[in-house]
Design a protein around this ligand. Sequence first.
Ligand SMILES: [Fe+2]
Length: 231
Amino acid sequence: MKRYLFLADLHGNYRATMALDAALPSIRADEIWFLGDAVGKGPSNAETCDWVRAHCGHFLGGNWDYGIGGKEFPEDGYFWNQLGPERMAWLNGLPREAELTLSGLRFRLFHGRPVTSLLKGSDASDILHTALVTDHGTFDAAIFADSHRPFIRTLNPGYILNTGSVGVSMGMPRCHALVIDAGDSAADPLFFTILSIPYDREAAIQDALDSPDLPHQDAYIREIRTGIYSR
Ligand SMILES: [Fe+2]
């Protein structure tokens, strides 16, 4: 059996990232996968991006990574200045999808859009179709991020798993990630675990207050404080 850690949506919150860092020895992951959105929203983007690159072995891009890395929005200059051209090129060049076979099941990995918006609806068949039925065949399971809400669901006939967010969690403002224990054989069991780690949110809010040029500073602080989506 092997242990996989899937993490995403750190969003420049280095305090939350350091809480996860401190938990790594007890998590004892064999493989760490980054599922996108290292940057944007929070005030510590270079440090958080560098932590992802140093600690993960597999990488996918998120919408913020491409938006900032590709200089899509002029109002993101604050983030460009922190990251610099080398990190931005790395973020913009990240792959969008990957696949893994775990305990004999075929898993599709991606950041999230356009599945996230479908979660707000009630028609699970839409989610199933978009996440699991693709041009590359039908998958047994999908792991994605983007909604900033960790969950493990079954849809007929697949698993849908969300990593939650390390840095800007919705609903419960703690650091979240997903752990899967799996084997090489279809006869091996699968274990799905949601990690929920507290971190020093007052220090994270102070980091944002100390960064007066942070775009949408109020919205970021509100999200850290309340877990309510604010922009
Ligand atoms: Fe995100």
